[in-house]
Design a binder for this molecule. Structure first.
Ligand code: DX5
Ligand code: ZN
Length: 214
């Protein structure tokens, strides 16, 4: 069954704990946390302090998406704050293999993120070292953007690449995921869907999660 990772970027931050429990009760599988530094992307959001505060609120795995420059400098802080997954952008890593090793050294799952214009070949040589590939279906920085359909063949390509290498990795898609675009992602081989506005902008989060799961 496809897993749903609500992005708290679109939650009401004045009652964050409640907003997280609402999607947990609604059947969410992961909590997706968007970390932005105002350099790699033109927005500033969440730091390790907030991740640490969220940790005891939920039993769900915390899927921490780092949209920051120099991720190596912050991986330890996010790992110690309670991240279960840390994903880093290939575009922000000069030594991607080393960064993946660093994440794994904390005993947590490591993932790599590709922006819409980045080809799947960028992960060809590290696919056996990672637990997750996150494909961006918008340009990162903000919630509520339109789904970029050119990600679809990339989903199938990642699936092929994993198969060819005999590894089972999670294939997650992030950005503009709603009831309709979710079907396209799943049909192309995605097994984790991030959704921010399509869940948090709905009054009934359980219904929204079920609609996206299909
Ligand atoms: C975009 C973030 C996404 C975002 C998704 O930079 O990485 O996780 O919150 O929001 P929606 O689902 O509204 O596109
Ligand atoms: Zn994200």
């Amino acid at each position: 069954m496809v897993k749903i990772a609500p992005s708290i970027l679109s939650a009401d931050f004045s009652k964050l704990a409640e907003e997280i429990l609402d999607v947990e009760r609604g059947g969410a599988d992961y909590i997706h946390i968007d970390v932005m530094d105002g350099h790699f992307v033109p927005n500033i959001t969440i730091g390790p302090l907030i991740v640490e505060a969220i940790r005891p609120v939920t039993k769900l795995p915390l899927d921490v998406h780092l949209m920051i420059e120099n991720p190596d400098s912050y991986i330890e802080a996010f790992a110690k704050a309670g991240a279960d997954y840390i994903t880093v952008h290939v575009e922000a890593c000069s030594h991607l293999h080393r960064t993946i090793q660093l994440i794994s050294s904390f005993g947590i799952k490591a993932g790599v993120v590709l922006n819409p214009a980045t080809p799947v070949s960028a992960i060809q040589h590290i696919v056996t070292d990672i637990d997750m590939v996150l494909l961006m279906s918008v340009n990162p920085g903000f919630g509520g953007q339109k789904f970029i359909t050119s990600v679809l063949p990339k989903i199938a390509e990642v699936k092929q690449l994993a198969k060819k290498n005999g590894v089972s990795i999670e294939i997650e898609v992030d950005g503009g995921v709603n009831e309709e675009t979710a079907r396209l992602c799943v049909n192309h081989g995605a097994n984790v869907l991030v959704a921010g506005s399509a869940i948090y902008n709905q009054p009934d989060r359980k219904k929204a999660i079920e609609a996206i799961r299909g």
